[in-house]
Design a protein around this ligand. Structure first.
Ligand SMILES: O=P(O)(O)OC[C@H]1O[C@](O)(COP(=O)(O)O)[C@@H](O)[C@@H]1O
Ligand SMILES: [Mg+2]
Ligand SMILES: [Mg+2]
Length: 319
């Protein structure tokens, strides 16, 4: 008998087929990415999504692949970064699934880790209402990272699990049943080119990190910015740190860059279930909701102590 693509042991029975379909599709996506320039053109601009972002060929292809796979499953509503409105898949489906089919589009052509992020709620009769609700109502959140290894990180609300794809057997193998994020760290991730646009508390926090041993934190820091949310999340889950995509003064960045439903909410769920924290700077992401499908929220997540310190900066009077 062939082995299932992922063992059912740690996955709620009702969600198993959906997760298995995500796994099978991500194996196909990983194979396409691994071929790079030897296969089809992946990084060509082919259009624009409803958020005004350029759509690359791989963004659209991944969206089509996940749609096709999930149509056969227990998914009633499908919301995607690449679709303006919610798609109806299986009218008898129990779940509503939101997806960033390909995260880190700017890294497609440069052989750097990219991923797929997904969030699952129980479906309501109203398509949009199934997603426009507090992030705490997610029944599952997770991502697949396509890097040197293809890995699935997922939570169903009872800890964060990590599976790595065995390239020989094409089976996702559980390697960590309950991930834990280091409570503190000396690494921060932010796109520092936007420094002049940031809100004051974020500037103050980063200034303190840059001051190193001589500043109020009393230690030297290291900085990272991959440009793929999945890759940053994976690094922070593995060795701690903090990620910030704050609101800034640029037009359209009043709530940062990252979209609540298929980026911030599932990442926050995974992080909190691993003992980290995820906020919009002050308020936990899991307590927040947006009122449009592609609505953005500022995102700060990672080691609990670091995220708490950013919140403290928001409560301090501006200098
Ligand atoms: O280019 P910037 O402003 O640094 O933004 C990088 C962020 O944008 C994203 O690429 C947005 O995701 P998409 O590639 O799915 O649009 C994140 O993965 C990443 O953290
Ligand atoms: Mg993304
Ligand atoms: Mg994307």
């Amino acid at each position: 008998m062939t082995q299932p693509v992922i063992a059912p042991d740690h996955i709620p029975a009702d969600l198993y087929d959906v997760i298995a379909a995500l796994c099978r599709t991500s194996i196909d996506v990983a194979a396409i990415i691994a071929k790079g320039p030897l296969g089809q053109s992946l990084g060509n601009l082919v259009g624009e999504n409803s958020d005004g972002d350029g759509q690359k060929a791989l963004d659209v292809l991944c969206d089509e692949m996940f749609t096709a796979a999930l149509t056969r499953e227990n998914v009633r509503w499908y919301a995607s970064e690449e679709q303006e409105t919610v798609n109806s898949l299986n009218e008898n489906g129990k779940y509503a699934l939101a997806i960033d089919p390909l995260d880190g589009s700017s890294n497609i052509d440069v052989n750097v880790s990219i991923g797929t992020i997904f969030s699952i709620f129980e479906a309501k009769d109203d398509a949009e209402a199934s997603f426009l609700r507090p992030a705490s109502e997610q029944v599952c959140g997770g991502y697949v990272v396509y890097g040197p290894q293809t890995a699935l990180v997922v939570t169903f609300g009872a800890g964060t699990q990590m599976y790595v794809l065995d390239p020989d057997t094409k089976v996702f193998i559980l390697v960590e049943e309950k991930m834990t994020i280091a409570p503190t760290s000396k690494e921060f991730a932010i796109n520092a080119s936007n420094y002049r646009h940031w809100v004051q508390p974020v500037r103050a926090y980063v200034d303190n990190c840059l001051a190193g041993k001589d500043g109020p934190h009393g230690k030297d820091y290291n900085m990272r910015w991959v440009g793929s949310l999945v890759a940053e999340t994976h690094r922070i889950l593995s060795r701690g740190g903090i990620f910030l995509y704050p609101s800034d003064a640029r037009k359209g960045y009043e709530n940062g860059r990252l979209r609540m439903i298929y980026e911030c909410a599932p990442i926050a769920f995974v992080i909190e279930q691993a003992g980290g924290r995820a906020t919009d700077g002050e308020t936990p992401i899991l307590e927040r909701q947006v009122d449009t499908l592609h609505g953005r929220v500022p995102l700060v997540f990672g080691s609990a102590e670091k995220v708490t310190r950013v919140a403290e900066h928001h409560n301090m009077p501006a200098v």
